[in-house]
Design a binder for this molecule. Structure first.
Ligand code: ZN
Length: 96
């Protein structure tokens, strides 16, 4: 789980999911936190899997219901794993 770089408190899984989709402010000290360039790269790799799944199902000719189930499964995995990928920083880092 990510640790706040300002107060050193570890965020819980639920807090991390909530904060990733909202304002990224630490629930303990209120300081704004940013994703590190490394964790942003990692999450973009995971986000890349969705179009790949679509492409794959197109090639293999899965029925649309299988594709939908695959995509839902993928987003559940992404949700479940993202707090483990997230690393926090006090400043916004350039991606490259
Ligand atoms: Zn904090």
């Amino acid at each position: 789980m990510p640790t706040c770089k300002s107060c050193g408190t570890e965020w819980t899984w639920r807090q991390t999911v909530k904060k990733t989709f909202s304002n990224m402010k630490c629930p303990h000290c209120g300081e704004k936190q940013y994703l590190t360039a490394r964790s942003r790269k990692k999450s973009s790799v995971v986000a890349f899997l969705a179009p790949l799944t679509l492409l794959f199902s197109f090639i293999v000719n899965f029925s649309s219901i299988v594709t939908i189930i695959l995509l839902i499964g993928l987003s559940i995995v992404w949700f479940g794993l993202s707090p483990f990928i997230v690393e926090l920083s006090n400043e916004e880092e350039p991606l490259w």
